[in-house]
Design a protein around this ligand. Sequence first.
Ligand SMILES: [Zn+2]
Length: 105
Amino acid sequence: MDTKFIWSTTQKGEKALLYKNYLYRLRRENQNGSLIYVCTNKSCPRVITLKNDAIIQCDVTRHNHDPRLTEDVQTVFTGLKRRVITDADQSIGKIHEEEVKKICE
Ligand SMILES: [Zn+2]
């Protein structure tokens, strides 16, 4: 079982974890100290269990949607590539900033 994940935040700024390109937020804490995280997509039933900041159990049900987060990230990179070629005189940092702004709006 692949248990690598990274800490992240939801759009509301809540603590969340990113696992295999899906974002999970905390639902509840069990009496034994383990934490139940649910997929941030409201209609998705997928949950994972954490203990001591490690994934100890992974629900086998599949997500009923695509990893939205990855789509957004890919949009940034695709736009970036295109603009780096056409706007060769602009700094890459500035172009990236503009592309991120577009997505946020
Ligand atoms: Zn899901």
